[in-house]
Write a protein that binds this ligand. Structure first.
Ligand SMILES: Cc1ncc(COP(=O)(O)O)c(C=O)c1O
Length: 393
């Protein structure tokens, strides 16, 4: 089939909730994707920060084939399976956490965290959740309520009760809201969809203090910025601030749907049997891929640390060269963005025509979240294409 016929079939049969680009991806190798018409793209989107190992990873292939050969793709949570328990042990070892709940997506991981927070607070009547403006936590009702962006709430009222929003990187705005009703604070250590905005160290340290003062839980949403993307296995490890709950998804399942909520210390025993569940949580195939990704995470993070700085340098050069179109570049590791002075869609389309996939974050940010295996050579190629696209405008 051609790109055109697939796009046409999709438009005829999908709900109208996405603004999809008119190409259909067919295959991939390394960090290069090919569409149905045979055009190739250097991929700096990675399925929106999912495909950490790029495409065609041999270890992922072996792991998935062995699951297929076993005949069991799914067991339910009535029984244990070796892949999920090993993935949980690896997560606890890498993050320093004590217990893991597996689910299927970032929104679901955050729902689990919010329910833990409400249950923890319920013993003494605390239910208030503090979240932040420009945050993004997913589209289910709880997750979208704590998403501090009006556009995601419009038309869907009423939202979850007892949720208030503070300013990101502004501790005073949090202190003004926090009182004895506080159950939890949920925050992205590096805001993604809101426009690639890193937290300041003193901000995360202050949130930790406020949560300790009020015996509330600190939830770090690392659905996008976790799993090696910022140059450490987890973003909070740059800051030396430990959360009570860490949520993950995206890259965790190596391309299969998988999310997780990791509990630290006192959060470990909040859930009792029957409190929460997900039929597919710890799915055998997804967990087998998670084992592969997690086994490579320490080495990959080190590479991202080095190559991420190089990406940052190249983006700074682009900003300097196009001051009429670009405001600034920011981010960490392989989660970076250029704040543009124009809407990003035109730049994205021009990059796509020239063989590079990039995406937006917020209204004005051009986002770069390549597979974690991207090399300096890939970065040079991508930077040259962005430069050429901006030069045309
Ligand atoms: C920080 C963050 N949290 C949660 C989510 C929601 O994840 P999912 O789309 O897997 O539900 C996202 C998705 O972009 C995200 O970036």
């Amino acid at each position: 089939m051609s790109d055109e016929s697939i796009v046409k079939l999709g438009r005829a049969n999908y709900m109208n909730n996405y603004s999809q680009f008119p190409i259909a991806i067919k295959s991939g190798r390394g960090i290069v994707l090919e569409d149905e018409d045979g055009r190739q793209y250097l991929d700096f989107v990675a399925g929106i920060a999912v495909n950490a190992l790029g495409y065609g990873d041999e270890d992922e292939k072996k792991a998935l084939l062995s699951v297929l050969e076993s005949g069991v793709l799914h067991t339910s949570n009535l029984y244990y399976n070796s892949h999920a328990v090993h993935a949980a042990a690896m997560l606890n070892s890498l993050a320093g956490s004590d217990a893991v709940f597996f689910c299927n997506s970032g929104a679901e991981a955050n729902e689990a965290a919010l329910k833990m927070a409400r249950k923890y607070g319920s013993s003494n009547g605390r239910s208030m959740l503090i979240s932040f403006h420009h945050s993004f936590h997913g589209r289910t009702y709880g997750a979208v309520t704590v998403t501090g962006q009006e556009k995601y709430h419009k038309g869907f009222s009423p939202m979850l009760p007892d949720v208030v929003y503070a300013e990101y990187n502004d501790l005073d705005s949090v202190r003004a809201l926090a009182d004895s009703r506080l159950a939890a604070i949920i925050v992205e250590p590096l805001q993604g969809e809101g426009g690639i905005i890193p937290a300041r160290k003193d901000f995360l340290e202050g949130l930790r203090e406020i949560c300790c003062e009020h015996d509330a839980l600190l939830i770090f949403d690392e659905v996008q910025c976790g799993m090696g993307r910022t140059g450490k296995p987890f973003c909070f490890q740059h800051y030396g601030v430990t959360p009570d709950i860490l949520t993950l998804a995206k890259a965790l399942g190596g391309g299969l749907p998988m999310g997780a909520a990791l509990a630290f210390g006192k959060a470990k025993d909040i859930f009792a049997p029957g409190d929460h569940a997900a039929t597919f949580g710890g799915n055998v195939a997804a967990a087998a891929l998670a084992e592969v990704v997690l086994s490579k995470l320490p080495a990959l993070s080190e590479e991202v640390q080095k190559n991420g700085e190089y990406l940052g340098k190249k983006l700074d050069e682009i900003v300097e060269k196009h001051p009429d179109l670009c405001q600034s570049a920011r981010g960490l590791g392989f989660m970076r963005g250029i704040e543009l002075k124009i809407p990003p869609r035109d730049v994205i389309s021009r990059c796509m025509e020239k063989g590079l996939l990039v995406c937006s974050a917020g209204y004005t940010v051009l986002r770069f979240v390549p597979p974690l295996i991207a090399t300096r050579e890939d970065i040079d190629k991508a930077a040259a294409i962005v430069d050429a696209a901006l030069s045309e405008i």
